[in-house]
Ligand binder design. Sequence first.
Ligand code: NAD
Ligand code: WQD
Length: 339
Amino acid sequence: MKTILVTGGSGYIGSHTVLQLLENDYKVVVLDNLSNSSPESLKRVEEITGKQATFIKGDILDDACLNSLFSDYTIDSVIHFAGLKAVGESVVKPMHYYENNVYGTLNLCKAMKAHGCKNIVFSSSATVYGDPIELPLHENLPTGKPTNPYGQSKLMVELILSDIYKSDKEWNIVLLRYFNPAGAHASGRIGEDPNGIPNNLMPFITQVATGKREYLSVFGNDYDTPDGTGVRDYIHVEDLANGHLKALAKIDDNAGLFTCNLGTGQGYSVLEMVKAFEQASGKPLPYKIAPRREGDVASCYADPKLATAELNWKAEKGLKEMCEDSWRWQSNNPDGYPK
Ligand code: NAD
Ligand code: WQD
């Protein structure tokens, strides 16, 4: 039975991944400082699976904590979700973002190396492509220039991990470039629980639907897209989580340094999302057209072929399930996890 360290494992994507790891008989150790999550998520994962992950409240910036963790547990591979992800906040607090995301990852890699664990799956993002020079985005395209410190931090970590691999070919490093995660576990017991005003489209929509927010501001309807609103590749969080189990299998197969998109290949506009959500929830969703949001691109969607060929992975769930599952989570938990 393999033991996986999941950093950031009580967060949105992390909790869905821990759930699937437990269902697939991995032993799981979660390290999370709970800066953007609740311990309740893993309690519910335990309730769903009947299995328990070991939880350690700690920070990837804390060397002593990392060293004692790697001394106490023999970790086969690390899935590294821990990091800060609010794009707007990263512009205001760049040092905080670079420290957590870049320095934190370096710390983690140093502890891994010191304890002989050289297998890591990293949460990267489609943001590393910058403003797309062609669509769909495939992995051989050059990385672009992310427009904010959050995106830059993801690109920096990709470069650091690539250099680590070049220096020591015993590492197996899988860089997963996520497109736009949405949805929740089908049980409606775990899901996305953002602090404050959501930055991302789907959690904002669900909060409008529960009446917590009055209306959705649609950021721009004059883009060069079929209906003028921004187009993105939304991917169900359960499909995304499954991609990490496939990445672990790739590591078992000597991945080396492997970079891969996780997306569906299908783009939807903001207005298409609104319509799909109205159908799933059975109620109208008030929205107003607002100015464009700085730093947004018109369209962004994946070429998912490499993931199918090399990871044997394909997104199974479509927009309908993403909307239905997000709605089930939000309507059952209008205030997120109990605070
Ligand atoms: P999340 O905020 O729900 O989860 C991140 C977790 O990391 C949280 O539980 C937080 O408490 C923890 N954390 C943050 N800093 C830490 C630190 N220094 N030490 C220990 N724990 C720490 O976010 P998520 O949506 O689940 O994203 C997971 C990863 O995927 C992040 O690295 C994010 O940048 C990346 N990603 C997310 C998206 C998205 O849209 N959600 C898209 C692309 C990439
Ligand atoms: C999607 C579409 C908006 C909110 C961001 C990060 C990226 C990755 C995922 C993660 C866009 C529109 C949104 C709203 C709207 N990060 N929108 N009204 O911008 O594609 O990607 O999250 O860690 O790095 O940049 O996702 O969900 O914010 O926006 O009209 O209130 O919805 O303009 O077209 P984005 P998003």
